[in-house]
Design a protein around this ligand. Structure first.
Ligand code: GDP
Length: 309
């Protein structure tokens, strides 16, 4: 809440913030803590086609709009082909700040690749846009002083705008991070109404989460052309019944999604379900199907069901 008197009330600030980093550094965890329990998401108000708005948090006069960055979010980052490179660059071109998440005390080849992409996409340090180093999982660092030489090393690697060691699970740390990011948001009116943002479309969210798991767990095998369609979304009190179809281009892709003995599909479903339950604070019954899109005919006949749990 804003406690300043109207005379010196700060102007509204609003900006796009990208959270990037190699898989497993804690990006989703951080996003969840930053935007609160339930992700606030809108499907109909997305500002650009380059971004997917994954969460919005308004604190005082500042509105933080968190965006997803294709290519960084999934195992596809390992591929780093040219097309992907361009996608990433496009996505980072118009954000106002980049949160580069790593694990405190670690910096491996995958981190280096992500950083190289960021630097390329943001124009490097100096006049480039602010890249803030978020050193996550601070709780796993035994002695904070051990981190000092590492931070110094990071400083030499890139002139980050800020260095923020934290634990993504900590609400207090997330609040501190927002304070640090605030000055980097441009002064401009909010894009979103403060209250209009809760839980606009759980259905949309379901599709996005399944899609994210799909790409994360298939690595760079699966072409981006694959999509997820939500066939059914029903709310029954504390229960959400969701049926979704993963649509792939070829039979071979279907095999990739399903995996040996259905293992991969099972994992996609179970990870998506767990995340959705957390985000929606509800029990989720999720049924996943895989379907090959045929250019010639409706191939519903080939539809196969892999329900579980
Ligand atoms: P992402 O792949 O970058 O989105 O990473 P996730 O958010 O899925 O986190 C990867 C793993 O790290 C999960 O098991 C998280 O629970 C864990 N994790 C995330 N943040 C922290 C943290 O601050 N401390 C610890 N100890 N673990 C964390």
């Amino acid at each position: 809440m804003n406690s300043e008197s109207p005379a010196d009330a700060p102007a509204q600030r609003c900006g796009l913030v990208a959270i990037v980093g190699r898989p497993n550094v804690g990006k989703s965890t951080l996003l969840n803590t930053l935007v609160g329990q339930k992700i606030s998401i809108t499907s109909d108000k997305a500002q650009t086609t380059r971004h997917r708005i994954v969460g919005v948090r308004t604190v005082g006069a500042a509105q933080f709009v968190f965006v997803d960055t294709p290519g960084f979010q999934t195992a596809h980052a390992a591929a780093l082909n040219r097309t992907l490179n361009r996608t990433v660059q496009g996505a980072l071109a118009d954000v106002d700040a980049v949160l580069f998440v790593v694990e405190a005390g670690r910096f491996d080849l995958a981190d280096a690749k992500v950083l190289a992409l960021i630097v390329e996409a943001t124009g490097g340090g100096g006049a480039g846009k602010p890249v803030l180093l978020v050193a996550n999982k601070l709780d796993q660092v035994r002695r904070r002083t051990d981190l000092l030489p590492w931070l110094k090393g990071m400083q030499e690697r890139h002139p980050f705008a800020e260095y923020v060691p934290l634990s993504a699970r900590s609400e207090a740390d997330a609040a501190r991070l927002l304070d640090i990011v605030r000055p980097y948001l441009p002064e401009q009116p909010w894009l979103y109404d403060e209250d209009a943002l809760t839980d606009r479309s759980e259905r949309f969210l379901a599709g996005e989460i399944i899609r994210e798991k799909l790409f994360r767990l298939t690595g760079d095998e699966l072409p981006y052309a694959s999509t997820v369609v939500i066939d059914q979304f029903e709310e029954e009190g504390d229960l959400r019944r969701i049926a979704a179809t993963i649509v792939v281009e070829r039979d071979a892709h279907k095999g990739m999604v399903i995996g040996q003995g259905g293992e991969r599909l099972k994992r996609i479903g179970s990870e998506a379900r767990q995340e959705l339950e957390r985000l929606m604070d509800a029990k989720v019954f999720l049924e996943l199907w895989v379907k090959v899109r045929s250019g010639w005919a409706d191939d519903d006949a080939h539809l196969r069901s892999y329900g579980y749990e």
